[in-house]
Design a protein around this ligand. Structure first.
Ligand code: AMP
Length: 495
């Protein structure tokens, strides 16, 4: 899970990139970096939150009108300073890259680069492999003396070569020194990538490419929609925009972006995330009424903040009160850096404080966007019981999560996923709730796809149904990738 940003501007770009990273902070809170480009790359990386890493002096010192940035929550590779993106190579010309996604053939590509090509890889991230693949392909296909449409066509050949080799998910922004800003999205379009434009009073155009639209309004950009699956976008040094669809497969954007990951003010693949969450709550309420016609809660309490939107429409559909019965401390920071069940459950208590008056003697329905390991839900239910709720019901806006995400969301090994190991009745008992309801898979798809001028037919829901859309994924591969991820987390290694 990561946030990426690339900007081509007629002004120095570092400040805009910095501000954009603040708007992408929710996509990765472990590390961040910026690379800007003039005659050389100016680079600043750090571990932690964006505001902890950069100060005014750093940002003002970074030169150049083209730049890229990254916020990182590792799902592949380690979490050392050397793993922080964007990363760069000196050849051809100088090329820098930031990536959101996960390659599923990391091991095979890694072996080839190390053993056949005798490369040194400085990180344990799949993003570095992508950079090498792109750099190699540029060497082969591009004449750096070319410009305009010819150069762009050569660039497309280079990206095609990356598509031929990389398996998994990848949305990428990249700078080719002295040439321009490049971006591409994998042929299934698993991870999001949007494009925007702004015009200065002289009619000159700046462009932004980003994981989400969140920073567009503040920075004065207007949306031009999405980079399409399998599309290459390039803005050359003189500001000409080139776009070409070079390969597309079944369009399968990750549905979990809508459930949990993206900010609600984003529009991804022509679907408004906020409205999709409203529809998730509405659909879930319909099922609740069908399944539990006699269980009407007094209050619906969201587990803040992601589930607020779905809880609001759920409460509205049931005709009961939406209640902020759990107050979230906004200064608690990154709870998920603490691994292990006990610490996670402790963190829930630091993070969330129940409001006595909203709970005591009430039939409380808790609504969360998802139940992953079950640790959070179990702890919150205990808190509701401690505050003397009369009954506690639980509803999840997401269907049961039964398989790990191999495409860049931190949904862990099936061993850790509560829904992969318990039946619904067992979960109800384990969580100690009086009634439990998960979103239906079809209802979730309906909620995401009901409105908007989108092309989504079959979103990626591998974490919910085990169908990995990129192919070449069998049980052995899942096991290998899970083990690798586990090693990385074992605070050994983990884009
Ligand atoms: P758990 O205790 O593992 O069941 O965590 C469920 C909570 O984690 C829910 O409130 C979700 O909002 C949140 N969540 C879902 N996916 C992730 C993720 N990939 N990383 C961190 N938190 C998540």
């Amino acid at each position: 899970m990561c946030g990426i940003i690339g900007i081509y501007s007629h002004q120095p770009v570092a400040e805009d990139i910095y501000n954009s990273l603040i708007y992408l902070q929710h996509r990765g809170q472990d590390a961040a970096g910026i690379i800007t480009c003039q005659q050389r790359f100016d680079v600043k990386h750090g571990l932690g939150l964006v505001q902890e890493i950069f100060n005014d002096r750093d940002v003002l010192a970074m030169q150049g009108n083209i730049g890229i940035g990254h916020t990182r929550y590792p799902t592949a590779g380690g979490n050392q300073l050397s793993d922080v993106q964007p990363i760069w190579l000196g050849s051809p010309r100088g090329i820098a890259l930031a990536h959101n996604g996960n390659l599923t053939n990391y091991q095979a590509l890694h072996r080839t680069l190390i053993h056949n090509q005798h490369r040194h890889l400085n990180t344990s991230t799949d993003s570095e492999l992508l950079l090498h693949l792109l750099s190699d392909a540029l060497h082969t296909t591009v004449d750096v003396h070319n410009d305009g449409a010819i150069f762009f066509s050569e660039l497309c050949d280079a990206v095609q070569s990356v598509f031929n080799q990389a398996e998994g998910s990848y949305s990428v922004v990249s700078v080719v020194m002295g040439k321009g800003l490049l971006a591409f999205r994998d042929p299934h379009g698993i991870r999001p990538l949007v494009i925007g434009v702004r015009e200065d009073p002289d009619g000159q155009k700046d462009y932004v490419l980003a994981s989400e639209t969140t920073m567009f309004y503040a920075l004065g950009f207007r949306s031009m929609g999405d980079v399409k699956p399998g599309e290459v976008v390039f803005i050359n040094q003189s500001g000409q925009l080139f776009r070409q669809l070079i390969q597309s497969k079944t369009f399968s954007p990750c549905i979990f972006e809508y459930v949990y990951f993206a900010r609600p003010d984003s529009i991804l693949d022509e679907v408004n995330v906020y409205r999709a969450r409203m529809r998730m709550g509405e659909n879930l309420a319909r099922r609740w009424k069908e399944k539990y016609p006699d269980l009407l809660p007094d209050v619906v309490i969201p587990v803040p903040f992601t589930s607020n939107t779905a809880a609001m429409s759920f409460a509205h559909a049931l005709g009961v009160r939406y209640s902020e019965g759990l107050y979230k401390n906004p200064f608690i920071g990154r709870t998920f850096i603490m691994s292990g069940g006990k610490k996670r459950s402790q963190q829930v208590r630091y993070k969330l404080t129940p409001q006595h008056i909203e709970i005591k003697n009430k039939k409380v329905l808790l609504l969360d966007d998802s139940i992953v390991r079950g640790t959070t839900s179990r702890e919150i239910v205990t808190m509701m019981r401690e505050f003397n709720a009369q009954s506690v019901y639980f509803a999840s806006a997401c269907p049961p999560l039964i398989s790990p995400c191999l495409y860049g969301i931190d949904i862990p090994s099936s061993k850790e996923l509560i829904s992969a190991n318990y039946t619904i009745d067992e979960m109800r008992e384990h969580l100690n709730v009086d009634a439990l309801l998960f979103q239906d898979e079809g209802d979730l798809v309906e909620a995401v796809t009901r409105k908007g001028n989108h092309q989504i037919k079959s979103p990626c829901m591998a974490c919910m149904n085990g169908r990995y859309i990129t192919g070449n994924i069998d049980q052995l591969k899942i096991k290998q990738l899970e083990e690798n991820r586990q090693r990385c987390r074992g605070e050994v290694c983990v884009s």
